[in-house]
Design a protein around this ligand. Sequence first.
Ligand code: KIV
Ligand code: NA
Length: 277
Amino acid sequence: MAKITIHKLKEMKEKGEKISMTTAYDYPTAYFVDKAGIEIILVGDSLAMTVLGHDSTVPVTMDEMLHHIRPVVKGAPNPLIVGDMPFGSYNISREQAITNANRLMKEGGCDVIKLEGGVEVADIVKAIVDSGTPVMGHIGLTPQTISKLGGFKVQGKGVEAAEALLKDALALEAAGAWGLIIEAVPEEVGKLITQKVSIPTIGIGGGRYCDGQVLVFHDMFGLFEKFIPKFTKQYANLGQEIVKGLETFKTEVKEKKFPQEANVFSGVKEEELKRLY
Ligand code: KIV
Ligand code: NA
């Protein structure tokens, strides 16, 4: 697979070829996602919850995001790598937003950045795009402002809310965003937005008509049990496999079945060590 570019993703939208995207937060995961040929990797601020154990995405810092973006870049040379701008890294001024976007690009090494919001962040998106960094938008359910939204619930229900979301999407496209995440909205709204913008839309609970689909890796593989959103799908239960493996290991240690001869070193005869006992 050749390195994926935003140009290639736009072409995929035009041809009606669906785009696949998952998260990765470390080197081994990135390596396997690349091996599977997934087109886009998101180093999402969801890592605050899935790997750092926070209750929301709000606490994760720029330095922590960088710490996770670097190994993903090393592990996955082919997919487009999206670095997520964490809460508080782009809400003070355009300068602050550009400075932090620059850090994700220069110090992290990702290809593009993503930030949350619609009409209200359009000028920030434009400033970052004009400064030279491609931006992906994220509308609908935006976890960084979950308190404002009143919890993890479907957005864009009803015609007025749907229209507001369409306006968000159009504002982001006009600001120069190259793509859009659409999270937790009625399928009809995902379809409408996908038809009305010329940039790729990637849904997570955005319905079947988005140009692509994204899932959080830890949800896909049973590695995060705190809550399981309706829009996700589990493709394997690695969490269960890991617990089984650990239980077997524990039993084998207790019952002296591990290690075996194949797992130990030799290099001196037991009798020769006798005088040292
Ligand atoms: O951080 C993340 O994983 C995300 C996805 C839910 C799109 O933003
Ligand atoms: Na995110």
